[in-house]
Design a protein. Structure first.
Lengths: 300, 267
């Protein structure tokens, strides 16, 4: 299959079951809400090395937030409910509670699983903390030097999908980067997903395992253009000299799939003749619970 | 089901059976035959009320109920709509459901309640949401909304829940309070928060604080937005300035745990 001059490989992205939470950060201004959101999603590109994957979902107007202040919605993913919960406690405690004027609220209602977050962070109040329960919502007021940090007692955690991906194979760096950048930009407009990598794009895609025992993952040599000829095999065609990847985590499979679909169209548009091919990473379907085929997405 | 007063009682009528929970599954005749205490006599409910309709979780009361006490006692579910003024102990000990009163209520509204909501579209007497005399804690949950004024000791010894007064409250608002929230949109009487341990008493007007309360600061409590928006949703008139405003925080009572607060709107 081709879209314009770009070939779309008949393959699938292999995605995995994960757990996820949505946190709503509000503050006195857009600036401080975003400052906290950027901090709480920092160093969260991959569960391999960061124990979670997190990103900014979207900015929120005062009409969309629980306390009617400017806000940012953040999604955080990990391999288990406990993993998500523990990361929330660590990250909200260090990156949101510390940030001037912020408050932090649960953004997933009606989930079967909840994790106590405010209930744990309240101890920072050293006995001066207080709770409020209104209309079945329990919040903690933790005294801080600037006033009070307000946080929901517990946060909903739901099943999610991690590791949706697209690989952009270009003839040279410039057009490949343009394609990936445009794809990431298009995907970021969609709800329920994040792109955890820097700017949404990763150049150091990995394969599981390594010749070094300590490493759980290592460079995806089959897609490294500099290793053509020295690695055991290459996945690159003759005119494919640069590969960039976008990883997509989402609250459900359909959101990830829709992001991939729109991402492919945006990449083709921006990459032009320089974007030779779009494919996706998988492990032969042996590891992940989800297989998101590229061709079916474009045929719908 | 609708109960209409045809013979107003001349002395207090203890009608704790008047709730959707108590009357569930009863016919008109069975309801009319229920026994109530009229002063020191036992009499049939039908001596005072005409009963019409089937119970389907909604009970309506109408007429001169100013001598009828304990309406809604122990109510656990359903809805009750009351037209007229009622005597004391409305909704005492209720754990669920909703009471809406279009009229005034006398003392002890929601005494010892643990859940549900009571809305009074009029005034209330003393002890709204309080515990009985000598009890260490009163209201343990639920919500009481009084559109008009109330008298003394609103929220006395309350431990959880919300008491909101649209008008003024009397003296000793939040007396012996253990926790929970009392919001008075009007003015409060004297000695607010006396002996309170924890909890919040909030007013949109200045108040004269007792010496055992200390001024903490003037700040913008974010949590209060939730309460004020909630009150707006249930029909109270909430000024936008209150949502974004600054409040004096007074902590006390120092003769007790000193972890309570009185928030007074400043600007």
């Amino acid at each position: 299959m081709k879209i314009r001059s770009t070939e779309i490989t008949d393959t699938f992205a292999e995605a995995f079951k994960m757990s996820a939470a949505r946190i709503i950060i509000t503050a006195e201004s857009d600036y401080w809400a975003m400052a906290a959101a950027q901090s709480v999603t920092g160093f969260a590109t991959s569960v391999i090395g960061c124990r979670c994957e997190a990103g900014i979902e979207k900015t929120l107007s005062p009409k969309e937030t629980p306390d009617q202040r400017p806000g940012v919605s953040v999604l955080l993913f990990a391999n288990s409910t406990k993993g998500v919960g523990n990361r929330l406690v660590e990250r909200i405690g260090q990156s949101v509670m510390t940030c001037p004027t912020t408050a932090c609220f649960n953004g997933l209602d009606g989930t079967e699983e909840k994790f106590s977050v405010g209930e744990k962070l309240r101890y920072f109040g050293d006995g001066y903390q207080g709770s409020k329960v209104l209309n079945d919502r329990k919040m903690w007021r933790i005294p801080v030097m600037e006033g009070e940090f307000l946080i929901d007692d517990s946060f909903g955690i739901q099943a999610a999908v991690g590791g949706g991906n697209l690989l952009f194979l270009g003839k040279e760096l410039s057009s490949t980067l343009q394609a990936a950048t445009a794809a990431a930009e298009a995907m970021r407009k969609l709800p329920n997903i994040i792109l955890p990598m820097p700017g949404g794009v990763v150049r150091s895609g990995s394969k599981p395992g390594s010749r070094y025992k300590a490493l759980p993952a290592s460079t995806n040599d089959a897609f490294c253009p500099t290793l053509r000829g020295s690695a055991p095999k290459t996945e690159l065609g003759e005119d494919e000299a640069c590969v960039l990847e976008i990883v997509i985590d989402g609250l459900d499979e359909s959101s990830v799939a829709e992001a991939m679909r729109q991402g492919m169209h945006a990449a083709v548009e921006a990459g032009g003749e320089g974007l030779a091919r779009i494919t996706a990473g998988n492990y032969g379907g042996n590891l992940g619970q989800y297989k998101i085929g590229l061709h079916p997405l474009l045929q719908d | 089901m609708k109960l209409t007063v045809h013979t107003p009682p001349e002395v207090p009528l203890e009608a704790e059976i008047l709730s959707p929970t108590s009357l569930a599954g009863l016919s008109e005749a069975e309801v009319s035959a229920l026994i109530v205490h009229h002063g020191n006599r036992k009499e049939a409910l039908g001596e005072f009320f005409s009963v019409n309709g089937k119970m389907n979780g909604r009970l309506e009361l109408e007429g001169d109920l100013s001598f009828v006490k304990l309406i809604g006692q122990g109510m656990a579910d359903g809805e009750m709509f009351i037209e007229g003024n009622v005597s004391g102990h409305l909704g005492c000990g209720m754990s669920g459901g909703r009471i809406v009163l279009n009229g005034d209520a006398q003392d002890w509204v929601g005494e010892d309640m643990t859940g549900g909501s009571i809305t009074i579209n009029g005034n209330a007497g003393h002890m709204v949401g309080s515990g009985v005399r000598g009890a260490e804690q009163g209201m343990l949950g639920g919500e009481i909304f009084v559109r008009g004024n109330c008298k003394n000791e609103a929220g006395g010894a309350m431990r959880r829940g919300l008491v909101a007064i649209g008008g003024n409250s009397g003296d000793f608002t939040g007396l012996n309070m253990v926790a929970g929230t009392v919001i008075v949109l009007g003015e409060m009487g004297i000695r607010t928060g006396s002996n309170m341990k924890r909890g919040s008493v909030i007013s949109m007007n200045p108040a004269r604080m007792i010496p055992s309360f200390s001024y903490s600061c003037t700040y913008q409590p974010i949590f209060l937005r939730f309460y004020l928006n909630y009150l707006r949703d249930v029909g109270f008139e909430i000024d936008d300035a209150w949502l974004n405003g600054s409040y004096q925080r007074w902590c006390g009572d120092a003769i007790s745990l000193n972890k309570g607060e009185v928030l007074l709107y400043q600007s």
